[in-house]
Design a protein. Sequence first.
Length: 606
Amino acid sequence: MTDQFTKHRFLIQAGYDAAVWLPAVALATLFRYEFSFSSVNWVSVLGVGLMAAGLMGLSGRIMGMYVHRWRYGTFEEIVAMTKAMVLCTLSVTVLNLILPFGDRLPVTATIMSGFLALFFMSIGRFVWRVNMERWTDSAEGDDREPIIVFGAGSGGLQIVTSMRKTGPFHPVAVLDDNPDLRNLVVKGVPVMGNRDALCEVAARTGARHVVIAIPSASSELVRDLAAKADECGLRALVLPPVDELFGDTLGVGDMRPLTEADLLGRREITLDIESVAGYLTGKRVLVTGAGGSIGSELCRQIHRFAPESLVMLDRDESALQSVQVSIEGRGLLDSRELVVCCIRDTDRLRQVFEEHRPEVVFHAAALKHLPLLEMHPEEGWKSNVWGTQNMLAMSGEFGVEKFVNISTDKAADPTSVLGQTKRMAEQLTSHAGMIYGDGTYLSVRFGNVLGSRGSVLPLFRKQIEEGGPITVTDPEVTRFFMTIPEACELVIQAGALGADGEVLVLDMGEPVKIADLAKRLIAESGRQIEIQYTGLRPGEKMHEVLFSPEEAGADRSEHPLIFRVDVPPVTPLEASLADPFRSGEVIDFAGRQSRQPGVASADEMA
């Protein structure tokens, strides 16, 4: 029956639109004569009604109402129908005054008949659309997977609408935490409670899936709903965050399994594009550690702001090739802006600065694996402290306008070699900000980033693939997490906000239990994987912090997700005296090398 109606839809629709003018003219005339049947010239009513029916078919054709131009019953079709009605009404009114149909009908009756006809045509389309949706749902719903939709807003409406038409899922219930929506029906699907009713509704409806239909959902909401879905034996699906949708209409194809970014890093970042572009667009920019997780993403984002040149420096040539492919779509390694260099090598660094004359420097190169640096602390000092000092000295010598040192939360109240060396790098950067009046030298501090090389997520996935066990240091250990794009966007914004010597600390949200993260990944895998607790390693903290005790009064910057703190500056000489290995030459801020007692030469350092 549905196929037959669909096949002849426009013929039926045109006939209905024409037919409603007869009762519309009759009712309008009765209204005009206050329902006095004896006062109505029914011959004139019939003549005008038939004339209006023919003119409606012509007007509708002119407006394209019967040629598949719009989806049925949409706003666009209603607008076209209104235009056709106005054209038809004006024509009928004029012809009624010219052509003889016995007594002419009052002008008010012909005008009123147009509005009545529009009402009848709209009612017909509404009834048709409701029945078509019911037929579609009943025809396709029985053999598809039942699913619960969380979110009765715009996202939920679009997903329910899409699922009723196509796809492997059949919506059986909607949940929403807003108590005002308890009795709402979304496209025929009832709202049956809030998130606490998830297990009960799943049992009643037989649903085995739940989709979080809120593109703006926070990571806290996603984590809570994912945990409840696990308790109820449901598979959780999610819609992409707002910044991935680009304003598109949501559909079944947008639904996907949860990712770690959904669970730990769903925040919409707003950038002050004008301030960022002001210090990047048209500038010569140098990024160290450009082949790493943070450095490569920084390069990709900086490239969007059209710098005059983007110099990507790393000692790993394969990593440089990867970042070139991600930005330019090719990996020929034939550009002078790809620089193979170690930040420990001062002579080579000077060559790079002399050739490229950078105006903005993002210093992301560092050694960051805490356990290895505990075993080989001298390497941490060589790269994280003296490599940073080399970069600061060269930046000062060549008049860099903006220097952004990438730090870590382990630099706050440090207990490890990694934390101590990165803290020293912050303090050296602070000192550089005091020395150089022509440039701005600042640090940006944040915690773990999702998916970076050496982070727990790739390790956990690998352990799951191999059948386990997953190794976690302690059941209560927590860490801050942020997605790589989110961190880099805030780093770039921080570069526009920071003043000399400041450390800008990124708001990382709430810390997450590593054990909970491991359990979530195991649940997503659908496998039985054991978790083994190995105990904290030397230098590791149970709970990381973003601020040291003396930084407790940090001020929020102009950006809601960035804080400002001050760190005490340290001179290169003081850093040298603090270095237990005395493993490098000290380069002062005039570009001169001053050899300290017991300090190795540059060749020995490299």
